[in-house]
Design a protein around this ligand. Structure first.
Ligand code: THU
Length: 160
């Protein structure tokens, strides 16, 4: 038996204004989309914005359901829409902003496991990395240069 250490890398920005201007704009679009979240059960609102290589910006928010598992996260709402509308476009950047309606969320909120698996699928399909930025309602912003950094040991088509 040998121990294997897996290293990953992320970058932490002190606040939104420390980011490049184009990413600030993308995060602002994610914040706008967050206002359209339908989250009556969790009161946890998430917005996301994707920049595609054709210049389009696709936004999404979480959409909940009385049958809880039928709801969908913001990230998957947006990336599935992008895949459905622009199947040949590549996703260059993804901005995510999330927080509770009941308190101020200052911790950066990473995409959930199911969303990471979904983003991985599209990153592998397009053969180029997706830059991912995520934050709470305010405060620090985390950047990952690729979904790979957020999901080591990914399950992908190579094993099928
Ligand atoms: N949610 C997202 O939209 N994205 C994530 O990555 C994590 C969770 C949503 C799902 C649900 O509507 C609410 O946040 C609470 O889990």
């Amino acid at each position: 038996m040998k121990e294997v250490n897996i290293a990953t890398k992320i970058y932490v920005f002190e606040n939104l204004n420390a980011l490049p201007k184009d990413v600030v704009k993308l995060m602002e679009k994610a914040a706008e989309a967050r206002k359209k979240a339908y989250a009556p059960y969790s009161q946890f609102l998430v917005g996301t914005a994707l920049l595609l290589d054709n210049g389009e910006v696709i936004t999404g928010s979480n959409q909940e359901n009385a049958s809880y598992p039928s709801g969908l996260c913001a990230e998957r709402t947006a990336i599935y829409y992008a895949g459905a509308q622009y199947p040949n476009a590549k996703v260059l950047k993804m901005a995510i902003i999330a927080g509770s309606q009941n308190k101020i969320t200052t911790a950066p909120i990473p995409p959930c496991g199911a969303c990471r698996q979904t983003i991985a699928e599209y990153e592998i399909k397009q053969e180029t990395p997706i830059e991912i930025y995520f934050m709470g309602e305010q405060g620090k912003v985390v950047k990952s240069n690729s979904l790979q950094n957020l999901l080591p040991l990914v399950f992908d088509k190579s094993v099928l």
